[in-house]
Design a protein around this ligand. Structure first.
Ligand code: ADP
Length: 264
């Protein structure tokens, strides 16, 4: 993050105030920005520092698992430890991904993402995650590419797909599509899963916000996926739309504006 020590930040708002008059409000938010930068740096540094000891722990655990007697009580305990360290590592990696994406104030919009190639990768990922337990359908507009950052857009799409699979009971239907629509390029994931109650929808992109923490944890969630998605989309001048009905399913979608599309 850019150091803000020598730069003051002023927030200026202009609002209508009676007929023909305007009210100008100027607020010094330097301190708020400095605290925000400190918070982001702290999270990024802690996550980075945790990565190495966790990798070492995992390595030793693997070695000990190889030496222990099969079916012994200690191998069961080691399996548990391995599962928990893998989970911690995923969290640390997602925290780092979030700090990186929060810091990238702008992205190179000169690069072109080949969307049909990206869609093929997403399709393979979805098929591997679903393990033939879901009915998946895919529609991709092969002509419609995007100016943007492939890594970021891929992580936004992957998060929506893995959530659809994780929050839909086996046997459910998941439709994934990328098409050109009048408002832009629309990526959409629809599931027939558990759905989300209205009061939660506005908060889902907050860090660590989960409708049911225990459930999210047990199915491998970290509570960071949609926060990462939100930032990735904002760098592509897009936002996440969520339509859901409890017990019926959800649609998560976003629209890439026409000026960031490249038609073949
Ligand atoms: P998590 O790792 O917990 O899935 P996310 O940030 O990806 O974190 O999602 C936040 C929360 O949004 C989830 O914990 C879950 O409660 C809810 N959610 C996300 N996607 C879906 C979905 N397709 N169906 C139902 N709930 C969902």
């Amino acid at each position: 993050a850019a150091p803000l020590s020598n730069i003051g930040v002023l927030e200026i708002r202009i609002m209508p105030y009676g007929t023909g008059q305007f009210l100008l409000i100027a607020r010094d938010i330097t301190h708020v920005r400095q605290l925000e930068t400190m918070r982001k740096d702290f999270v990024a540094n802690v996550s980075h520092e945790l990565k190495t000891p966790l990798t070492v722990l995992q390595g030793y655990l693997e070695m000990m698992q190889g030496m222990a007697e099969p079916d012994s009580p200690s191998i069961k305990a080691m399996d548990q430890m391995q599962q928990q360290t893998t989970r911690m590592k995923l969290m640390v990696e997602q925290l780092l991904a979030l700090s990186r994406i929060e810091d990238a104030s702008s992205i190179d919009l000169e690069k072109t993402i080949n969307m049909s190639a990206l869609f093929r990768v997403l399709k393979e990922e979805a098929n591997a995650l679903s393990q033939e337990q879901y009915r998946l359908s895919f529609i991709c507009d092969e002509q419609c590419d995007v100016h943007g950052d492939e890594v970021q857009l891929r992580s936004a799409c992957s998060n929506l797909i893995s959530n659809a699979i994780r929050y839909t009971p086996e046997g459910g239907v998941i439709n994934i599509s990328w098409r050109q629509t009048p408002s832009g390029g629309t990526f959409s994931v629809t599931d027939t899963g558990e759905g989300i109650a209205m009061q939660h929808i506005g908060r889902l992109t907050e860090r660590f916000y989960r409708v049911d923490s225990a459930r999210s944890r047990s199915n491998g969630g970290t509570g960071l996926g949609l926060a990462i998605t939100k930032h990735a989309l904002s760098h592509h001048q897009s936002e996440l739309n969520i339509v859901s009905e409890l017990g019926q399913g959800s649609t998560f979608s976003f629209v890439i504006p026409p000026h960031l599309l490249k038609m073949q």
